[in-house]
Ligand binder design. Structure first.
Ligand SMILES: [Zn+2]
Ligand SMILES: [Zn+2]
Length: 176
């Protein structure tokens, strides 16, 4: 522990890192927290849908076969739900409005999650680790999409003791 008091960004991102501990995807592990009026209204981590075999137990074909499906591509055939989407979905399920909310995510949100947040009128994103689409020609559109959030997309500078575990792109697939 440091003597310096935590600011709000550090506080919510620390909670997002705790939420991430339950992530069950073979790919990168992500945690997200949705904050509205300085209150946490929803959380999410990435993994397969409720009731399905965990990705870490071989439940997702796309995550299991990284030779065919490279990191950051083929999300349309991935059954893993991203942390940010799980947080948005839980908010919808329990009837919590996310308009004007801030999403804290341990990984900079992908195309799909950014689209969902934009349409849900989330105001801004705070992320811990940077993410970029591996296909260079798509990056301009990604930046355009993220810059459309009224409050912008901002990094939070914070030490992540589990960075190696969380950011390993490919973990060994379990035996079928
Ligand atoms: Zn997965
Ligand atoms: Zn995503």
């Amino acid at each position: 522990m440091t003597d310096k008091p935590m600011n709000w960004d550090e506080y919510y991102m620390t909670i997002a890192m705790a939420v991430r501990k339950k992530a069950n995807c073979l790919g990168r592990k992500v945690g997200a927290v949705i904050v509205r009026e300085n209150r946490i209204i929803s959380t999410g981590y990435n993994g397969t849908p409720e009731g399905m075999t965990n990705c870490s137990d071989g439940g997702c074909v796309r995550c299991r076969d990284r030779d065919t499906y490279k990191a950051s591509v083929g999300y349309d055939v991935c059954i893993c739900v991203h942390a940010e989407q799980n947080a948005l979905i839980a908010a919808a399920r329990f009837g919590n409005a996310v308009e004007d909310a801030v999403v804290y995510s341990t990984l900079r949100p992908c195309f799909d999650c950014t689209k969902a947040m934009l349409q849900a009128r989330v105001t801004s994103i705070r992320y811990l680790h940077n993410w970029q689409h591996p296909i260079g020609e798509l990056r301009e559109q990604y930046e355009l999409l993220q810059n459309s959030l009224r409050g912008g997309v901002h990094p939070v500078e914070l030490f992540d003791p589990d960075a190696d575990w969380a950011n390993a792109k490919v973990n060994p697939a379990p035996d079928p």
